[in-house]
Design a protein around this ligand. Sequence first.
Ligand SMILES: Nc1ncnc2c1ncn2[C@@H]1O[C@H](COP(=O)(O)OP(=O)(O)OP(=O)(O)O)[C@@H](O)[C@H]1O
Ligand SMILES: [Mg+2]
Length: 250
Amino acid sequence: MKPLTVVKFGGSLSSNVKIRDKFLEETAKISRTQNIILVHGGGPEINTLLEKFAIESRFVDGLRFTDAKTLEIVEMALSGKVNRILTTGLIKNGVNAVGISGKDGRSVICKQLKKFGLVGGEPIKIDKKLINTLIKNGFLPVIASIAADVKGNVVNVNADTLAASIAAIFRARRLIFLTDVAGVLDENKTTIKKIKISEIKTLIRNRTIIGGMIPKIKGCADSIKKGVKEVWIADGMNGILDIKGTVIKI
Ligand SMILES: Nc1ncnc2c1ncn2[C@@H]1O[C@H](COP(=O)(O)OP(=O)(O)OP(=O)(O)O)[C@@H](O)[C@H]1O
Ligand SMILES: [Mg+2]
């Protein structure tokens, strides 16, 4: 078996054509010698579409409440747009990419976090069958961050949490969060080269790490504890062939 790398491609990067094209080319290159699972979100695309359709949102604890109408747009943005762009880009680079979402094949089941509407928390079950079938037959799965709950309702999930859970269950060799910053930055905006998982709590408590970096760093810790060997929060501008950013260690 080839070694497996799980890459989470930040939604914040997908609208930057230069970064995206470089990433897709590099993924194609790496996929000749490694298995890759690509996971993506798409926050900016979701916001753009919600605005276009003039859908107003209610916020709970600063997070958008996902009602049925909002979820329809979320799915359009993730599966209809970002997933298409990434899958098509890989196909253009000669890769047998297949776009799916976490709910396809009932692969990812999450408990619904009712407070936020149709939103799923950490996966409670991941069925590896569909993704394994794809990988074993030479396909590269491109997975949008949508799952099902136990009753089969569609839920929106955090793409970082999803990528980390998939990396853990598939015992990936590497997990890379490719994002729109140079890595985890300290209070002087300098990239922290290495973070031990024992240091993470303090970095969150003293608010060095906030917002979108929190699910990423938590995903790093979880996946390392579950056996993923090499975990990065990496600079999207630099790509994944010669990764630069923050490495998270046990
Ligand atoms: N200590 C930190 N170092 C670097 N970035 C941080 C830090 N704390 C918070 N952030 C924020 O985290 C952001 C990255 O997370 P964000 O969720 O915005 O991007 P993403 O996960 O790559 O994209 P998406 O959520 O759309 O998939 C940075 O742009 C920055 O604003
Ligand atoms: Mg994010």
